[in-house]
Write a protein that binds this ligand. Sequence first.
Ligand code: OOB
Length: 539
Amino acid sequence: MNSDGFPLWDQKRVKRYKELGLWENETFGEMLTRLARIHPDKVALTWHGQHLTYAELNHRVERSAKALLAFGLKQGDKVIVQLPNSFAFFEGVFALFKIGVLPVFCLPSHRFHEISHIAMHVEAVAYLTSEKRTGFDYVSLAHEVKESCPELVHIFSFDEMDGLVETGQFEGETDLQVKVDPDSYAFLQLSGGSTGLPKLIPRTHNDYYYSVRRSNELCGINEESVYLAVLPVAHNYPLSSPGVLGLLLGGGRIVLADSGSADEAFQLIEKEQVTITALVPPLALVWLEAVKHRKEDLSSLQVIQVGGAKCSAEVAKRIGPAFQCTLQQVFGMAEGLVNYTRLTDSEDKILYTQGKPMSEYDEIRIVDEHENDLGLNIAGELWTRGPYTIPGYFKADDHNRKSFSQDGFYKTGDVASVTDDGYLIVQGRMKDQINRGGEKVAAEEVENQLLAHETIFDAAIVAIPDDYLGERVCAYIILNKSFTIEAKEVKAYLRSKGLADYKIPDVVHFVDSFPETGVGKVSKQQLRQAIVQKVLMNN
Ligand code: OOB
């Protein structure tokens, strides 16, 4: 780790990745400048029926970049970015890339609890947010966070269509004079995590750019591609697998949706002639139902990606025939490794595996509990290292010692097996995390909040299987003697603590004791395992 809290890449591997031509030494800021020169008049973004060409996008980005510099932002600063799928997201993020300031990608669903912690941890100096947004007042949230975070001095808000509100005076022709090192860290992503609050995942321009370029090759992205973004684009999957960055790099067009609703999405697919989109399994189920009775012409669709959580073979089987297109399973993680089924794979592979690592330089190990390598087709914990997998989290020494091996493998916490021809099948999970239809909930984070409540003696958060979301969040609670509280009060309490909505337990059970494990003083982990067993037996 360097003195700023960033993990160090192994320089021998860096040298190799460069010699092999994997790391190409172009930053994302330079990428946009180049694309705006190559095809200035091609539409890059479509949103709410409006279009932005590559040149227009680059112009807005440069104007914002100059404004952000004038406000005192400097290379290496970190900035909270909480922007919905909108022109503003691209304008803000690329402006930061161009001046070497690191966006910290928060999701629209994050609230005070998550963002204030993150802002403090990274010592964020600014917050990019959006002015008009129905349903939730994001600007007020930004002010609340600013009050609790001494380093945070600027809140920049974007008007939905017109861009950064503060930029007016920064038009002009002067070039941006900032040189950004492609080996430097470009941004921070949030990990779903399994302990406490989210960990921060630092990605360099070089490593991330390679993953985007390689994704484009495997997903067939070119200038004719039209990508519908229905998931929040700040998430690693719609951002880079190949996602919106892939579409820009490939010279294609991005169509931004406000939600994943079939109503909105199907109309956009027909109107904008969308060729590819990315879904999580619950959305795929909703679309499969909707397609039965909707009339839109969806024949432009060539590929539907499903990832973020396991797509059951039963659901996978229905997607190709229902949408007359190719299904691609995507098993990835913001820490790096992404696996894809290939577009030309046999049906067996597409339906029954979660794909193959995207790079021949991804290193995979499947290990048992003693960290011994297991053979093919035997399930164990998946470890990985490679040209776009992080060497560590940001400022998290203790956690890094647990999550990374001495020689730099990331211990994913996923249980998987590898087939004879190198495809991964995800079998389950070791980490204490609930995957609620692609949204990740760390059990410990919610438990810690519950334990702080005066009526609660002990709490365990477990996953309950669910046909629609895959898993839902269930809280088992033991109350302090002579206290009572209702389930809805527990949920309201968590909400008042500023927890994101998807982390609020779907089900709350009050019990007198946790299942006996017979080991004297029992650990939380054993308790959870016992409860999971009980839940599974009752299902
Ligand atoms: C993606 O990234 P994260 O960081 O939100 O979550 C990663 C975790 C994985 O470790 C695994 O537990 C689970 O999500 N996961 C899957 C899966 N895709 C992700 N589990 C089973 N089957 C799958 N297809 O979720 C992500 C990042 C990039 C691309 C795609 C997904």
